[in-house]
Design a protein around this ligand. Sequence first.
Ligand code: ZN
Length: 317
Amino acid sequence: MNKDLFVAVTFDTDSDIFEGADVASNPFSPLPWKGISDGIPLLYEHTHSIVDSYGSPLIFTWLVRADNQIKRIHDSSTFLLEEYNHIWKFAIHRGDEIGWHPHLYKLDDNLWVQETCDATNTRILMSTFEDLKKIDTLPISARVGETYCSNAIIDTFEKLGVMCDSSAMPGRSRKFKGGGVSWINAPSRPYTPSYTDYSKPCSQSRSILEVPLSMVPIKAPYDEDFYQRYVDLTFYHKFLENGLKKLVKESDLIVTISHPNTLLKRKLLRHGLLSFDIKEFIKNLNVIISECNKNGRNFRFISLKNCCHLFKNYVNS
Ligand SMILES: [Zn+2]
């Protein structure tokens, strides 16, 4: 394979996991966001000299939480875009993309759970989008929290002008109370989603493209066997290395997903798969770079929205 390898390094800006908010006992407790305030500057500090085969810098796609849960907890669905405006301004200035990461939750017995009602999810997306418009943010790319999806969500995104959804996790499915999501048969390459099944390609022309997450087999210490997982560059290098090497050989697009809060060191926290160490992130990124060099392939850093023209009608043509 001689074609260029496109690499989209994306982040979902979720709140800090495993610590901080006492959301379980009080669903309205403020969420902690050290990942954004400290993790993102740390990432820039450690990656500023990384360039692709054409000398262009490593760019990121930041999918920023904006939804009904953020609105209930922080009084504004666009809280993160406003509170950390200086970070997003800097990001845009350097060529990063700011996309949208809505978690579609509802309160059930004082717990936040996945909303599975199409009509409600459509309403949440439409009203949040109105809030985004008020601060002049018109996202081109989106990823739904919990990699949830439905035909109604794709239709709504398309109506709102979102041109790239990157929620697909090929080979995986998940059940929720009242419904579920299935990416079992989703292609691993970008595709135009069918009107009747978001996980399948269609030959009709649509303005929205589904850009699946890259998946690799990983056996974490707590797994009995290998398991298809998304490529999170903050996973320990030893679990990701072989999968990354294979992807470089066989793909022409790698889409990674990480969370800024897992770049930050934790004193008391140990996790089998997540390193909480920026050095592991760099090591994993360097595998992609060195394998490209070894295999004589050029690689190009892109943001998710670039996929719209690079991979339009890719599967269907
Ligand atoms: Zn999320």
